[in-house]
Design a binder for this molecule. Structure first.
Ligand code: ADP
Ligand code: MG
Length: 407
């Protein structure tokens, strides 16, 4: 719901128009009113509804609630129908009956519009029936004289109002989507920059530590056992450095990253190994079904990063002991890889948030994993698709262009 009364100017305008309307309505009650002297039920009802309507109009900006909007529409409807019935000689009141649904367009409230549209349709049908069957032209001769013509005009006016509502609604929705996209892009940009800065700062200390280790590794003071450990440490630091470089390359897309022919089977074996050594598998295991000789063109480290992230998510979503299925096969000119779990699954809304940086439902999650995945997939002209249902597990499908074995 758009907050329309944010700016002081809008507020002033609203109160100005409301006041004008209230004055106009009051003059209808007080000036040259044929029932004024009578003070009968009709006149008193007119007064009561006018006060109610004025109150609703004046307090609406303070609360802006749906209840108040519905109330406003009901009171307005009652007011106009009352005018129509107690002042039959003022034939132009009929115009108001036609325009009642248009009021809800002002609130950009779809349900309210349909409510008012249908309510008014029912009331007008009853009114016309009353006039043709009971009144028979006694008071409402101007309508009775050409009943069919009036009905046709009423339907026409409703069609126009519906059309206006539909167009306005469509335009507003389009604008809202555009606004959200702009906001999202802005957020992505700033978080990307922040992440790049952090990654950069981590790289420097790593380089220093690695330098010392390399120095010790070549030094004679240390025995073989130590040196082997140093070399392991250096390897780990290399991996860390690489991940950071990858991350930086995502923040700052690097066109020069080296492509090579990657065999999916080899990569998946490596990935399973990585997940095992990091103790990420718990009691779950990975059920691999991989067709041989599926080749794609990518940077192998990035491709591993992609699969590690997806399989890690699948394991984290699964209950203990339930395996995760990974399938890879050639399909036409593409290679298709599926990561399937029987875990908690996701709602449609959750799926729509995937890939947004820092979107995570885990207590220790970063919400960066899928953002990186999306970037990698896009970089290699691939596609990624999530099929999931709450409580029914998730299947992630990756598709990449296949390349030939040699070449
Ligand atoms: P993280 O794993 O650090 O939370 P990700 O970007 O990898 O960040 O994932 C974002 C969120 O997407 C997760 O917190 C989780 O809620 C949801 N998600 C991702 N994969 C799955 C899956 N296979 N099953 C259920 N939820 C998932
Ligand atoms: Mg993750």
């Amino acid at each position: 719901m758009l907050k329309e009364f944010h700016s002081a100017f809008n507020r002033k305008l609203y109160y100005g128009i409301s006041l004008g309307l209230i004055i106009l309505m009051s003059s209808g009650l007080l000036i040259a009113n044929p029932r004024k002297g009578l003070m009968d039920t009709g006149y008193i009802l007119h007064m009561v509804l006018l006060v109610l309507l004025s109150l609703c109009l004046l307090i609406y900006p303070r609360f802006e609630s749906r209840v108040l909007r519905v109330l406003l529409i009901i009171v307005t409807t009652a007011y106009f129908y009352l005018l129509f019935f107690i002042y039959p000689e003022t034939w132009s009141t009929f115009i108001f009956l036609c325009f009642i649904p248009a009021i809800s367009i002002l609130f950009y409230d779809k349900k309210l519009f349909y409510f008012s549209f249908i309510l008014n349709g029912i009331l007008v049908t009853l009114t016309f029936s009353y006039i043709s069957l009971v009144d028979e032209g006694k008071y409402f001769s101007h309508i009775e004289m050409d009943l069919i013509g009036n009905i046709v005009n009423f339907i026409g006016s409703q069609m126009i109002i519906f059309f206006i509502f539909h167009l306005t609604n469509m335009r507003i929705n389009k604008q809202r989507v555009y606004y959200e996209q702009v906001q999202n892009a802005e957020r992505l940009k700033t978080t990307g920059q922040l992440a790049a800065a952090v990654a950069h700062e981590i790289r420097n200390p790593l380089t220093v530590v690695k330098g010392f280790l390399q120095y010790y590794e070549g030094h004679d003071d240390f025995n073989k056992e130590y040196k082997r450990n140093f070399s392991l440490m250096i390897n780990e630091l290399d991996t860390a450095e690489h991940v950071i470089s990858q991350f930086l390359s995502i923040a700052k897309p690097d066109k020069e990253s080296r492509l090579s022919r990657v065999e999916v089977e080899t990569v998946l074996d490596d990935v399973t190994e990585i997940l095992k050594t990091y103790g990420l598998l718990h009691d779950n295991h990975i059920d691999l079904q991989v067709q041989e000789k599926c080749y794609i063109s990518a940077n192998p480290i990035e491709f591993k990063q992609l699969l590690v992230n997806l399989i890690k998510n699948a394991i984290e979503a699964s209950p203990h002991g339930v395996p995760v299925m990974v399938k890879a096969e050639r399909k036409g000119s593409m290679v298709e890889i599926q990561v399937k779990d029987n875990g908690r699954g996701m709602s449609k809304e959750e799926i729509s948030f995937l890939g947004t940086p820092f979107y995570s439902l885990k207590s220790k999650g970063t919400g960066l994993g899928l953002m990186i995945c999306y970037n990698i997939v896009e970089k290699y002209d691939g596609a990624i698709q999530f099929d999931s249902k709450r409580g029914n597990g998730t299947t992630v499908t990756l598709r990449f262009p296949q390349i030939q074995e040699k070449g």
